[in-house]
Design a protein around this ligand. Structure first.
Ligand code: 13P
Length: 340
């Protein structure tokens, strides 16, 4: 029964050309983004911001699932409706970030390991009871001089696989997110090489831990040059390299790949996702979708600024980004969609 449920949920998360919206920033990440715009860093402002997102009308036409943070699932909309209920009633699957963030990896300068396995089984049991149907765990791999090391890749892949196995035991679909960061001046080829190694290691660990591939979603980075690299490849070149890398590493049994945006602009993230679907959609074994945080939220946050009077315009911007990515999944994102 649990197996059928997680397979159905994983399929639903990437069905109908819809995608996921990541709204699961930890206290510190959310506060950092608020601070940059002068928005007060309080629980009430975080709640109000997230209420604005969740109550954007029509969001469910483009968004299949929304990733929440532990603070938010214990909060309510202004009218008293819990966030989880508001989403479920609106046909959006609620999920939750369960990792505890990254810390410096012992003995490995410049590298990080994700924490959060302790007590995870108990937390997942509680989350499942609350109605959360999928989870997310993000591992971070940094490209630099002499890094990533095999030790860092293996430790992070092992943690991702243990997390994924625990999720499935609780009837929750794991989003497996090994993010190779865009920071740095490395080339696109280097990003390809590292991502290929990371994904091979992750799927090897998922196999060893007995994770059911049909009941998970992969959330990878696209294959892109470092932000500070002097050579920036075209949208089509990024699409080609990304699909080539994923075809080499991701088994057909995985129902969907939902990209993170990782600091790309909203437009580039949509254009690259669109190019992948235009060029390859009909020949791919998995759905190629999105699980964007900043690429969907940032324009709305820049407008909102913590002010009630800005809510209607901010909602419009959020809705627009969601629609653009829905179009990109169909290979229909173009100048006209962009302007609407
Ligand atoms: P970005 O799309 O902003 O990278 O966020 C996605 C995410 O959930 C990172 O864990």
């Amino acid at each position: 029964m649990i197996t059928k449920n997680i397979i159905d949920t994983a399929k639903a998360m990437v069905a109908d050309n819809k995608g996921l919206l990541a709204m699961d920033e930890s206290y510190s990440t959310c506060n950092k983004r608020f601070a940059k715009l002068g928005i007060p860093e309080t629980a009430e402002f975080r709640r109000a911001y997230r209420e604005m997102i969740v109550t954007t009308s029509g969001l469910n036409n483009s968004i299949s699932g929304l990733i929440l943070f532990d603070e938010t699932i214990r909060q309510q909309l202004e009218d008293g409706t819990p966030f989880i209920e508001a989403l479920t009633d609106n046909g959006i699957i609620p999920g939750i970030k369960v990792d505890g963030g990254t810390v410096a990896m012992a003995g490995h300068p410049g590298e990080k390991i994700t924490e959060g396995l302790d007590n995870l089984r108990d937390r997942l049991t509680e989350y499942a009871k609350m109605g959360l149907r999928f989870a997310k765990w993000r591992a971070v791999i940094t490209i630099g001089k002499g890094i990533p090391t095999q030790a860092c890749i293996e430790a992070n892949a092992h943690a991702l696989a243990r997390y994924a196995a625990l999720c499935q035991e609780a009837g929750i679909v794991p989003i497996v997110e090994p993010e190779v960061l865009m920071d740095g001046d490395h080339t696109m080829e280097r990003c390809f090489e590292v991502t290929e190694q990371v994904l091979h290691t992750v799927f090897n660990q998922l196999y060893k831990q007995g994770v059911l591939l049909e009941g998970m979603i992969l959330k990878p980075n696209m294959i892109v040059p470092g932000l500070a690299c002097s050579k920036q490849e075209s949208v089509d070149e990024v699409a080609d390299a990304t699909i080539k890398c994923l075809l080499r590493t991701v088994p057909d049994a995985v129902p969907g790949i939902a990209f993170l945006s990782g600091g790309q602009s909203s437009e580039l993230a949509s254009a690259r996702l669109n190019a992948m679907n235009v060029r390859f959609k009909s020949e791919l074994p998995w759905q190629v979708s999105f699980s964007f945080g900043r690429a969907i939220q940032q324009p709305a946050l820049d407008i909102w600024l913590g002010k009630e009077t800005n809510v209607p315009e901010a909602r419009k911007a959020l809705y627009h980004q969601a629609v653009c990515n829905h179009a990109a999944r169909k290979g229909e994102y173009n100048n006209e969609t962009k302007r609407k």
